[in-house]
Write a protein that binds this ligand. Structure first.
Ligand code: EPZ
Length: 416
């Protein structure tokens, strides 16, 4: 099995362009099913994107990828059923549900089940789709969806601004009959990107000043050329790697405004930041300070996806930092591995208390999940001695050429 051998202690320096956002590309790829043809630029080369393309082939689309451009063309002859093995390939395959129903008027998919972050139910997705006229039969772990009277616009209020449920409502509502009003919708930049893609493809979606999303159904979508937004979580990860090693990096192709809740935490830790246009430059202090209290929240709050790498940074800062995870039940799985390096972290339920230590020691570790894996790599880059990081397929789900990028910044990382 491939692993990363990381020799810690080299401060990261240099410039790095940030790739397109996984969590924006995946729903846009799902939305492409509703279009005649779509050309998606800045699409990251990730295993999750490959999994999405495999699903699209099954659903009757031809796809091609050249560099970071993916073309999707609906050719027909596909199926409304997504096989279980493809559903299991990535948890976010559930975002195809709204698009399959929109395209075929029916869908059959297996329940995505739990994952490394906790149970991850889809009750909000299903309740919202039912409001749009979808009949759902759940039996034997399979969801059979039909629309006996077609998809019909409705007023929907989500109990929580779920990203995935918001995406499924948008995908199903844009070709439904009539108007849909979605209250308490998620406001993540990836949602805005999906709305931009759908509107440029012919949909009629508007976001009111109070955040309510209003969708007027249209007969069909033609498609468009679209540029996926930069990955704000990859950007935060490389900033953490530079900060924890006492380095300085300049990230290009970023959106500093998408990191408005995350960047001040680097300043709290003593880093100097300069942002202009699409560039973020960070200069780390000789020793990081505690990051205080970090509470994850739906956007525009502090992103849960940036929490794990920030925790690795806090592990080496002077003083005590406190993390409160409000989004996912099990988002501290990597902490057990971090302890092997000599970190001092106590987890109780959703709270992690991190007493910064002056030094971490290299160790052999297993990636537990995507962001947890990146967090272990960040810690290993700053540790004394060598670390062996196993199960790195998790990292490949969300970071394009991760080891190569770190090497460009001067890190000693080898793929073994
Ligand atoms: C998206 O997951 C992202 N994934 C996650 O990124 C991200 O952490 C999350 O949004 C929050 O920002 C993709 O975009 C592919 P949610 P999603 O629905 O859509 C509960 C990464 O590392 N919930 O907003 O699954 C749920 O269990 C990944 O890149 C229900 O209870 O997030 C969770 O506790 C990980 N019932 C909370 O809401 C539902 O029907 C937030 O989930 C739906 C969600």
């Amino acid at each position: 099995m491939p692993a990363y051998l990381i020799k810690g202690g080299s401060p990261l320096h240099g410039e790095l362009p940030v790739h397109g956002a996984k969590n924006a590309a995946l729903p846009v790829l799902a939305a492409a099913l509703l279009c005649d043809q779509a050309v998606i630029h800045n699409c990251p080369r990730l295993t999750d994107v490959e999994a999405a393309r495999n699903i699209l082939h099954y659903l009757g689309c031809a796809t091609a990828q050249q560099d970071d451009t993916v073309t999707v063309r609906f050719t027909g002859g596909g199926d409304h059923r997504i096989p279980d093995r493809l559903m299991r390939a990535m948890r976010s395959s559930i975002v195809f549900l709204g698009a399959v129903i929109g395209r075929y008027g029916m869908a059959e998919v297996s329940m995505p089940g739990g994952c490394e972050l906790g149970p991850r139910p889809i009750d909000m997705h299903l309740a919202a789709l039912r409001r749009l006229g979808v009949h759902i039969d759940e039996s034997g772990g399979v969801l059979r969806c039909t629309t006996p009277n077609g998809l019909c616009g409705a007023r929907i209020t989500l109990p929580f601004p779920s990203v995935g449920a918001t995406e499924n409502v948008l995908l199903a509502a844009c070709t439904a009959r009539g108007e849909t009003e979605l209250c308490n919708a998620a406001r993540e930049p990836e949602i805005t990107d999906l709305i931009d893609f759908l509107n440029d493809s012919g949909a009629r979606i508007r976001v009111a000043s109070d955040g309510t999303v209003l969708v007027t159904g249209v007969a069909g979508l033609s498609g468009c050329r679209h540029e996926v937004i930069p990955d704000r979580i990859a950007a935060a990860t490389y900033l953490c790697a530079a900060a924890v090693t006492g380095g300085s990096v300049t990230l290009t192709h970023t959106r500093p405004d998408h990191l408005a809740a995350v960047l001040p935490v680097f300043e709290e830790a003593g880093c100097a930041l300069t942002c202009r246009d699409d560039v973020i430059a960070l200069q780390a202090p000789p020793r990081l300070r505690s990051v205080g209290t970090v509470r994850t929240m739906p956007y525009p709050g502090f992103s849960t996806d940036a929490q794990s790498t920030m925790l690795s940074m806090a592990a080496l800062a002077s003083g005590t930092s406190v993390f409160i995870e409000t989004i996912f039940e099990s988002r501290y799985k990597q902490v057990g591995e971090l302890l092997r390096m000599g970190a001092n972290v106590k987890v109780e339920g959703r709270v992690a208390v991190v007493e910064g230590v002056p030094e971490l020691r290299g160790a052999e570790m297993n990636c537990t999940d995507l962001r947890g894996g990146a967090a272990l790599a960040v810690a290993a880059l700053a540790a004394r001695g060598e670390s062996l990081l196993n199960q790195i397929h998790h990292i490949g789900r969300g970071y394009e050429t991760f080891d190569e990028n770190l090497r460009k910044l001067g890190a000693q990382v080898t793929l073994v």
